[in-house]
Write a protein that binds this ligand. Structure first.
Ligand code: BGC
Length: 345
């Protein structure tokens, strides 16, 4: 092939996979401030993972020369919007948002942009707005790993009878986890190898709602099922509580996500079968680095793009790992995310 044509093709391919984020205008930081100020708006701090996200993000940003203001909305959209307004009033140079409601927080992005402040969507996508950057894990793959684990455990004769517990309907990630699960399960359901006997969404991702769903499933169909596809460790915990009350804990396969300490302990004890480890150290330090670049109005190269319904958002997707009793030591413990003495108390 002619060298010039080859170069043109390569450059076309690159422009498809590479999104270049040029931070929006605005006041500009470094002239006014020695240390950029980052605003972090969080949905909640109830789940263990979000406390770790906050601590690691703040530490990384401070070490890189920035200051961080953190606000948590306690799972309330109105409060989260107020938090964002307050961070804008305090003249942050960049906003990092973990939205409770993907659609509702588009308003927060608009307000930030009116003030010339760029926005990084952290872990969860904000939909229907001109978002600057999205940093997350491969969420469809999370769902695929959860479902693959079950697909490998279909009884030799017969089918796997399954309860499915999805996350919060308002969280775009919950839909992506389901999409990944469906990718694996749909063909198995069509082939009669998996039967979904009960399914529901756990409002606000609350463990107590997952427990209610499990109770309702047992009331309806009795104890004759094989597995619960819980979408994260919090909901897995709620489901396992219901199983414990019925004397079923350890007999039913339960999935999860986040490698929460309580979940790792349950995996060691045998009441939960797997979790998905998403290295928070990676997302938190990468987010701090990207937020600082946005604050300093430096260009960023993002290799992926994710549609949020309004635009293709330049995105960075991080890798994940499936964790079971067999590889607890080689994954979360080896990585220093969990201590052996905590997991195997
Ligand atoms: C996150 C999960 C988390 C869930 C509930 C999702 O958006 O990706 O890690 O368990 O929210 O907070």
């Amino acid at each position: 092939m002619h060298v010039r044509i080859l170069l043109v093709l390569v450059s076309c391919a690159l422009s498809v996979i590479t999104g270049l984020v040029i931070a929006r205008g605005g006041v500009g930081v470094t002239a006014a401030r020695q240390r950029p100020l980052i605003g972090l708006s969080m949905d909640t701090l109830k789940e263990e993972r979000w406390q770790i996200d906050r601590d690691l993000f703040t530490a990384a940003a401070q070490a890189a020369g920035a200051d961080v203001l953190v606000q948590s909305a306690n799972s309330n959209d109105v409060v989260q919007l107020q938090n964002i307004e307050s961070l804008i009033t305090q003249k942050v140079d960049v906003l990092v948002i973990i939205p409770k409601d993907a659609a509702a927080m588009a308003k927060g992005v608009e307000l930030a942009h009116q003030a010339g402040i760029p926005v990084l969507s952290y872990d969860r996508l904000i939909t229907g707005c001109d978002l600057d950057l999205y940093l997350t894990f491969d969420n469809v793959k999370v769902g695929e790993l959860q479902a693959k684990f079950l697909a490998d455990r279909i009884p030799q004769s017969g089918k796997l009878r399954l309860i499915r517990i999805y996350g919060a309907k308002t969280d775009n990630n919950a839909k992506l986890f389901k999409q990944g699960q469906d990718n694996i399960l749909q063909p198995l359901i069509a082939a009669g190898k998996v039967e979904v006997i009960f399914e529901d969404w756990a409002e606000d991702w609350k463990p107590e709602n997952a427990k209610k769903i499990t109770n309702a499933a047992i009331t309806k169909i009795g104890p004759n099922f094989d597995a619960i596809l819980a979408s994260n460790d919090g909901t897995a915990g709620g489901a396992i509580q219901a199983l414990t009350e019925e004397g079923l804990a350890g007999k039913i396969i339960v999935t999860g996500q986040d490698a929460d300490l309580a979940a790792c302990q349950r995996i060691a004890q045998g009441t939960q079968a797997m979790t998905v480890y998403k290295p928070i150290q990676s997302i938190a330090t990468k987010a701090a680095d990207l937020a600082l670049k946005l604050a300093r109005r430096q260009p960023i190269v993002a290799r992926d793009a994710v549609s949020n319904g309004k635009t293709d958002v330049p995105s960075v997707l991080l890798e994940i790992t499936s964790v079971t009793k067999e590889n607890l030591r080689d994954t979360v413990i080896k990585d220093g995310f969990r201590k052996e003495s905590d997991v195997f108390q």
